[in-house]
Design a protein around this ligand. Structure first.
Ligand SMILES: [Zn+2]
Length: 213
């Protein structure tokens, strides 16, 4: 698979990164994010700068066990998955659908809270980057067909200049002990803490399929 959507061929993306003097290591990470995401969507590109910034502020690399929270399910989680290696599968990524372009990142802790770094897109700083501002505001004036390239260039030029950070304390869920419970509805087994009354989620509020034989 080649990073870059049909709208943005790979060589155009790398040329833009080079022309904006994005450091080589970060450039590699950005290309990996685009590949993983299956397109160089603006959100995942900005996300790469956000995760890189948060890791630097924490003073940690992806070799450490990092934990991330993402405040939107769109694009941004993939930057945390690729760069910080917080994934849904390793349970170190939590996605909270608040609808903000923001993340927190923290190191492993034994306590019930953790000191984290929160990085967010700062609306005040966006004013200096009119195309990003237009795209971010979902403005009808933003035209994907003609402005995608300009938007990428502006994102690479802006880098961290559109971001702000703060130190925050977050609640941490410890590891739970659990026992299996067999659901009387489907005969399948789930951990006891996920049972809803006496049925599993798929036979209850999380029902999402019907058997069609
Ligand atoms: Zn069930």
């Amino acid at each position: 698979m080649t990073p870059g959507s049909p709208r943005t061929p790979y060589h155009e993306l790398t040329a833009r990164l080079d022309s904006c003097n994005v450091p080589p290591q970060l450039k590699d990470q950005i290309l990996k994010c685009a590949q993983f995401h299956t397109s160089p969507a603006p959100g995942v590109l900005i996300g790469a700068f956000m995760v890189d910034y948060a890791m630097e502020l924490l003073g940690l690399t992806a070799d450490e066990k990092l934990f991330g929270v993402c405040e939107t399910p769109k694009c941004l989680p993939d930057a945390l998955q690729v760069i910080a290696r917080c994934t849904t599968g390793n349970n170190r990524l939590k996605v909270v659908p608040i609808g903000k372009f923001a993340i927190t990142l923290n190191a492993a802790t034994n306590g019930f809270t953790a000191d984290a770094i929160r990085v967010y897109v700062d609306l005040k700083k966006l004013k200096k980057f009119p195309i990003i501002d237009m795209w971010y505001a979902n403005s009808p004036d933003y035209d994907k067909k003609t402005m995608d390239g300009k938007l990428q260039t502006e994102i690479f030029r802006a880098g961290r200049k559109i971001l702000s950070s703060e130190r925050v304390r977050i609640r941490v869920a410890g590891k739970r002990k659990w026992k299996p419970v067999t659901c009387p509805g489907c005969g399948e087994t789930v951990p006891d803490y996920l049972i809803e009354g006496d049925h599993c989620g798929a036979c209850g509020s999380m029902k999402y399929y019907e058997t069609i034989g």
